[in-house]
Write a protein of this length. Structure first.
Ligand code: NAD
Length: 265
């Protein structure tokens, strides 16, 4: 098995990474930063998101595993003091994995620039900071509503506990192959009207957000900001590709939610 390690720059993480490298080498597991079968992120959820984007071109070949050096993460199953156990389980449970849905994001531009496609593991947002964002929301090519407000967030089930949750979206179990559209501070009055509730969109449906012709939108895909360009519209749907996690140990989703947001056992 070939392994790549993606880590953040914190002192504790660097120490953990060195220890992990030693244990992997003692177990005859090679490091391959370019064509790995397993990507181990060491850090927090943000580090796992970075690892995902680094290897999103090879989703069919790569499995992910997260070691957290801080608080319990949503994508990081292993604690930094469990490295021996982790390496042992790599040797004994090689075949197990669990997969989660991803969002496919297609951006189309006003000029001749070709469409661009991205995957999001958590979410994609469209915002306008100091002026009202104006956009038409289409579901399956049919105009659903005209949105005015700060912005819109489109999230995956595993991303539903991230930014989506902060703006009042529902938490969705990742076995549900669907995505969620949630509003960020919509303007609702006698003139402007939107649904006002988060919506869960089925896997065979797609959403298009057609922007008013201005260039000052902020579009994010997980922790990445897209450069400000003349975006005409953004299409969202559930991707055929999924993220595969090496499931050497699996934590019950609702247990993880309780642990993170209500109380630790
Ligand atoms: P980061 O690593 O500091 O992450 C920010 C926080 O979000 C951390 O506490 C992290 O554990 C948590 N988080 C990330 N993914 C999560 C998930 N799927 N479920 C529950 N919690 C999750 O910073 P970053 O690298 O910039 O991470 C980017 C992510 O941070 C974005 O995808 C977005 O979801 C989240 N975020 C949230 C808010 C908010 O809640 N107001 C604002 C900005 C970004």
């Amino acid at each position: 098995m070939k392994v790549a390690i993606v880590h953040n720059k914190e002192k504790k993480t660097l120490e953990v990474t060195e220890r992990l490298k030693t244990l992997l080498s003692q177990a005859n597991i090679g490091i391959d930063e370019h064509k790995p079968e397993l990507v181990i992120s060491v850090g927090g959820d943000g580090t796992l998101l970075a690892a995902f984007h680094q290897f999103s071109h090879a989703l069919d070949e790569v499995r992910f595993l997260g070691v957290h050096t801080g608080h319990l993460g949503f994508y990081t199953d292993w604690r930094d003091y469990e490295l021996e156990e982790l390496v042992d389980s790599l040797l004994t449970n090689r075949e197990q994995s669990v997969s989660y849905p991803l969002l496919k994001v297609r951006v189309s531009y006003l000029d001749e620039k070709p469409d661009q496609c991205f995957f999001a593991l958590n979410e994609s947002t469209i915002k306008r900071s100091n002026r009202t964002m104006v956009a038409d929301v289409y579901i399956k090519n049919e105009l659903f509503e005209s949105f005015r407000g700060d912005g819109l967030a489109v999230s995956t089930p595993t991303g539903s506990t991230a930014y989506n949750k902060s703006i009042g979206g529902a938490v969705i179990h990742p076995s549900i192959n669907a995505f969620q559209l949630a509003e960020i501070a919509s303007l609702n009055n006698r003139v402007f009207r939107t649904l006002g509730s988060p919506m869960v969109i089925a896997q065979d449906e797609w959403v298009e957000i057609r922007l008013e012709n201005t260039a000052d939108y902020l579009v994010t895909i997980d922790q990445l900001d897209m450069p400000k360009t003349n975006i005409r519209s953004i299409y969202y749907r559930i991707a055929k590709e999924r993220i595969h996690f090496a499931s050497y140990r699996h934590m019950h989703f609702w247990h993880r939610v309780k642990d993170a947001f209500i109380s630790e056992d």
